[in-house]
Design a binder for this molecule. Structure first.
Ligand code: EPU
Length: 336
């Protein structure tokens, strides 16, 4: 295992925040996991597991351990005429993995094209886009308990998946190190093209297939979401809030244009981007932090912002949404 001390995380987080961690440890094998668990001086340190660092905001130096899994490989575990079970290592780049599945003609995660991050991080916050959530394709997950060293296989059910959430973000946050994720992918695609601009974008292509759908998704994302390499950001900063029917009716009467999706008879999801945009935040800059000019849900690091500048802006937006709509937005990004 490779251990670095007082290590800068600037290149390890998509917000490009310059902070330090007391220890940075790369896990390359199962042996590294046991070595880590058996090292006495690490026992009482606070711990963060960091994949690609695409969903984290450092607001200060971290006086504990950042564990970075570096386990790679993609293999087909089982295959029949209907589907394949694919096993992918936690450190595989998410979008390269999606590209691989599309090239194999395995369907299921093509709508999740171009999401920054790693395979191992994908179940933690149950990444989702364009009508698909990764939980719909995951069959099981291998993970090591970082206290006991025990290897546990989590069934899909045991992961407690919900909108942008799982057991790995709640009860077992930083308690289990995910090593492999297993996906069930289909040979006869059921294309999901009803969300937003997909149908329109697809008009540019002769044929609807996994490759054209993936390209359409990439184009839509490129037009709205900034690339972290160019404009540091962590995707949606807030979750889309869910409100009950009576609250929804009141809001709809007052703000007829409000963007919403019916979840069931009693609950509605609102587009937080619309709420924030309505209040005039889109494109606003405060100090070195800003709101992206094409998607109000995305906060950006304009010019070497500190994590505090970004979190201050987030709190101002949160307050203004609360004052106007009576909705308490939740952060989607993990705050350190
Ligand atoms: N909208 C505005 N102004 C804005 C942003 C959005 O009016 O500044 C409106 C749009 O016109 C649209 C609606 O809000 O009617 C929804 O916008 P969009 O389709 O861009 O999706 P979103 O709900 O803002 C969610 C995910 C994204 C994901 C997209 C596409 C969350 C928190 N975010 O955003 O995920 O890519 O849907 O499926 O659920 C992420 O999690 O980091 C992320 C980027």
């Amino acid at each position: 295992m490779e251990i670095r001390t007082n290590y800068s995380v600037k290149n390890l987080n998509s917000f490009s925040i310059d902070a330090e961690t007391k220890y940075f440890i790369e896990i390359n094998s199962e042996k590294d996991i046991y070595d880590f668990i058996n090292t006495e001086k690490f026992k009482n340190e606070e711990l963060i597991i960091l994949g690609g660092g695409n969903n984290i905001l450092f607001t200060k130096n971290f006086s504990g351990i950042i564990l970075h899994p570096n386990i790679k490989s993609i293999s087909i575990e089982f295959e029949n005429s209907d589907y394949a079970i694919v096993k992918a290592g936690a450190a595989e780049d998410w979008d390269s993995f999606v590209e691989w599945t599309v090239n194999q003609n395995f369907a299921g995660i093509e709508n999740l094209s171009s999401i920054p991050g790693t395979v191992g991080a994908s179940p933690v916050q149950n990444i989702g886009a364009y009508g698909v959530e990764v939980k719909d394709l995951i069959t099981k997950i291998d993970a090591f308990n970082l206290e006991t060293g025990e290897l546990k296989t989590f069934s899909n059910n045991e992961c407690n998946f919900s909108y942008r959430n799982s057991i790995f973000k709640e009860k077992f946050k930083n308690k289990y190190l995910i090593t492999y994720v297993y996906f069930k992918l289909y040979k006869n695609p059921e294309f999901k093209i009803h969300y937003g601009d997909i149908k329109n974008e697809l008009l540019k292509y002769k044929e609807l297939n996994l490759k054209s759908l993936r390209q359409a998704i990439i184009n839509i994302r490129d037009s709205k979401l900034p690339k972290p390499e160019k404009i540091p950001n962590a995707g949606s900063f807030f979750k889309n809030p869910i409100v009950n029917k009576s609250k929804f009716k009141k809001l709809k009467a007052e703000f007829p244009e409000i963007v919403s999706y019916k979840i069931d008879e009693y609950n509605f999801k609102l587009a937080a981007g619309w709420l924030i945009d309505f209040l005039g935040w889109k494109g606003k800059v405060i100090g070195n932090a800003g709101v992206h000019d094409k998607q109000a849900l995305v906060l950006i690091n304009k010019n070497n912002a500190s994590g505090l500048e970004i979190i201050d802006l987030a709190h101002e937006i949160k307050k203004s949404v609360f004052d106007k709509f009576g909705i308490d937005l939740e952060f989607e990004v993990n705050i350190v």
